[in-house]
Ligand binder design. Structure first.
Ligand SMILES: C[S@@+](CC[C@H](N)C(=O)[O-])C[C@H]1O[C@@H](n2cnc3c(N)ncnc32)[C@H](O)[C@@H]1O
Length: 306
């Protein structure tokens, strides 16, 4: 890539940030918690600062996305926030800041010894959308409990955090708290399966579960597996937004926006979704009509786009 192309991509990335932040800065985001524009600016800058200070496996845009949904969760809905997979604690530090603002606790699950030995199904994951094969070694991505506590003490809110040290299959079976948000950043399919098995029943309806492995085909596929969801919960698979490519937060490489970050929602309120009849000829790219549709809150009639 030429210097010009690199510079152009960096410029494009920076120019997109206001778009990515638009929902975070909407007036109603955080209003139920008395959070105005100034407080949200402060939160944003603190999160960006934290991502620079702590070695990180995730980005501030991903943390802001989770913050936005927490700030939009009604205060009357009971439940805590859960993070599985913490590394040095940057995502936990940023989530703890939001938890303190919305009056919820943050449960942090990790062995604090780095990744376990990969089993056969976690030797290598394929990311077609990123054109990558990810391989793993025991002990990588290690942050000790002392390191994580110190990082959260310095950059987050230690007083809202509860630590659950150990492998997920040992620490999660005894956990029984209702959750309003779950973040799984656990690298392995086997770890993700354990987390889903114990945490999905605790997640409140309409609430999000985020994963940092949405680009991994083996992991994305789990969210669409009829047999897995039927056997574990006698339900249909929930699907995954961002399966195969992640949400479009990065344009620094490749020819389309991508990331590793995706989400699903437990039993979403489908009756509140917009119905968009699909008519012939609806595939034409029309910036004018897209802007009109967006300003009408997504309401479209016949001839709406796909
Ligand atoms: C990629 S890192 C997390 C990155 C972190 N969320 C961030 O934003 O920097 C993956 C973490 O998952 C943890 N982990 C993976 N499988 C685990 C298991 N079965 N039990 C406990 N911890 C596990 C590792 O110890 C590691 O801390």
């Amino acid at each position: 890539m030429t210097i010009f192309a690199k510079a152009y991509r960096i410029l494009l990335q920076v120019l997109c940030i206001p778009v990515f932040l638009s929902e975070f800065f909407e007036k109603q985001t955080g209003a139920a918690y008395g959070l105005g524009f100034g407080a949200k600016w402060k939160l944003l800058w603190t999160m960006i600062r934290n991502n620079r200070k702590i070695v990180s496996g995730s980005t501030f845009m991903e943390h802001i996305t989770m913050a936005t949904s927490l700030l939009k969760t009604p205060p009357t809905l009971e439940g805590i926030v859960v993070e599985c997979g913490t590394y040095k604690g940057v995502s936990a530090a940023n989530l703890s800041l939001v938890c303190a603002l919305v009056g919820r606790r943050l449960a942090i699950f990790d062995c604090f010894e780095g990744l376990p030995e990969p089993t056969a199904k976690d030797q290598a994951h394929t990311l077609i959308g990123h054109r990558e094969i990810h391989t793993y070694t025991r002990g990588s991505w290690c942050g000790t409990l002392d390191e994580v506590r110190e990082n959260i003490r310095r950059y987050g809110k230690l007083e809202v955090c509860d630590f659950h040290k150990g492998y997920f299959d040992k620490t999660l079976p005894g956990f029984n708290e209702k959750c309003v948000q779950i973040f799984l950043d656990v690298d392995y399919l086997s770890s993700l399966e354990t987390c889903l098995t114990y945490l999905w029943p605790l997640l409140q309806d309409g609430c999000p579960l985020y994963t940092h492995e949405s680009g991994h085909l083996e992991i994305a596929a789990l969210f669409f597996s009829e047999s897995w969801w039927h056997n574990h919960f006698a339900s249909s698979p929930p699907g995954l937004v961002g399966a195969g490519t992640g949400l479009g937060f990065k344009i620094l490489t490749g020819s389309y926006f991508n990331s590793n970050f995706g989400f699903t929602i437990k039993n979403p309120a489908r009756e509140r979704f917009t119905t968009v009849p699909q008519a012939e000829g609806g595939m034409k790219l029309s910036l004018g009509s897209s802007i009109k549709i967006a300003s009408q809150g997504g309401q479209t009639g016949a001839g709406g786009r796909k």
